[in-house]
Design a protein around this ligand. Structure first.
Ligand code: 5GP
Length: 194
């Protein structure tokens, strides 16, 4: 996705060989115009799929997911990372190990929002080692829903997540795929969807 790649080059910062900071438009300050375009891009990529719900993870997955939800005309659910006073029973949970934070978090979704009649598009901001996406897949499977696909805003293709999810048979569509962040230089994978 051209606009996203331009944003990443203009405003993204390679903090190290493995971590990209994009807090100007996605992870802290949010660019609404870009989010609208991201929603349209996900709609285009998954146009042939039957989708009844979108599932993401708080907090950075919410903005792109809501815009995609608007395009598909379906509700958006975000898995919670923190325990909530109002969310205590009827939960589907899974564990996510974060390499960046070096800790394991339990994520939770109320089971009333997913059923065996749903076909779910999973969306997240970043795909690195695939831990977060794997936990969302786990929750969808516990609910007995189908997985229509996995939409990622920024995939770091040099890490293992994309390969693992694709090898497991999932359709993964990433709007920008980063080949390398070495020496502070952001390089994209060349791909069909520019
Ligand atoms: P994974 O679970 O695939 O290893 O990592 C994905 C999650 O970690 C994303 O939800 C995102 O919040 C965070 N993450 C992983 N790598 C990066 C990165 O390079 N930059 C930012 N901003 N977040 C990342």
């Amino acid at each position: 996705m051209k606009l996203l790649k331009e944003k990443i080059l203009d405003e993204g910062v390679a903090l190290s060989d493995t971590v990209l900071k994009v807090d100007h438009f996605l992870n802290h300050q949010i660019d609404p115009v870009l989010m609208v375009e991201i929603g349209k891009a996900f709609k285009e990529r998954f146009a042939s799929e039957k989708i009844t719900k979108i599932l993401t993870l708080e907090s950075s997955g919410i903005a792109p997911s809501v815009m995609a939800g608007l395009e598909f005309g379906v509700p958006v659910i975000f898995a919670r990372k923190r325990k909530s006073l109002t969310l205590s029973e009827g939960l589907l949970t899974s564990n996510v190990y974060s390499y960046t934070k070096q800790e394991t978090n339990t994520i939770a979704v109320a089971d009333k929002f997913l059923s065996d009649e749903d076909s779910v598009l999973i969306i997240d901001d970043f795909l690195a080692n695939g831990e977060a996406a794997h936990a969302l897949v786990d929750i969808v499977q516990q609910a007995g829903s189908d997985i229509a696909g996995i939409g990622i805003v920024i995939e770091k293709s040099f890490q293992s997540g994309g390969g693992k999810l694709r090898n497991a048979g999932h359709r993964v569509e990433s709007l920008a795929r980063i080949a390398s962040l070495e020496d502070g230089k952001i390089e994209f994978l060349s791909e069909v969807h520019a």
